[in-house]
Design a protein around this ligand. Sequence first.
Ligand code: GLV
Ligand code: MG
Length: 279
Amino acid sequence: MTLLDLEDSVAPAEKVAARRKVVDAIKNLAWDDRVLCVRVNAWDTEWTYGDVIEVVGDAGERLDEVMLPKVRSGDEVVALDLLLTQVEKSSGLPAGHVGIEAQVETARGLVNVEEICAASPRLEAIVFGPADFAASVQMPVLTGGVAVADYPGDHFHYVYSKILVAGRANGLQVIDGPYLYVRDLDGLRDYAQRTRFLGYDGKWALTPDQVDVLNEVYSPTQEQFDRAWDVLDAYRKATREDARGAVMFGDEMIDEASRKMAQKLVFRGERAGLRRSAS
Ligand code: GLV
Ligand code: MG
């Protein structure tokens, strides 16, 4: 997915002029088949409705999604959904064409993350915004989304888990936010393990170098992928041929829950382009 931003990377004096630039970019650059998303301004500004009307109204079918930042409640997602419905009608887009990614990055947003994730069938992903979140809860840091050396643990662990569960309960993709030390790729690789191990689908990349690191981190290794296939094969044989629900797989007992874990890893690996090694 590629994100074009109208929010915090655009200065207030440029907000309105940036809409036209984004529309031109969507229409005229070669985007291949990647998902294309525009981040509009949050509902507590004066720009959200204009961003949607001008950008979604003029960009045409190539625009796939809108990202809504600083979401505080399910109502804010519903408001965007209703506005999108009208803009799609008035500009001849198919109904429901534009998806929504919601960024949870305030204390209020985290309190309401469960209703936010259930607020619209347009929702495709829930995204954490560590920099705004650190400001919102008044963490004494100057860089969001990086390790806090003196904290004895992971200062975002609760936040990550809460967002993950709310997202998964509603069938959404769950995405971690940016890592702002853009030159420190080893630091990024290390830090990204936190959400990768919890089960997140991915993490924002700010540079092409970060993309390469993150694609590697959030994809299973070939070894994990092959093992997942072996679990599926062993379990299929056990249930179908031997009529048993739990069997030994090497030193491990596997059952239906093992099949589900293996299936998810296979899905994730295939999405990353892995193929099973010849045995
Ligand atoms: C991203 O938007 C962030 O606030 O971290
Ligand atoms: Mg933010």
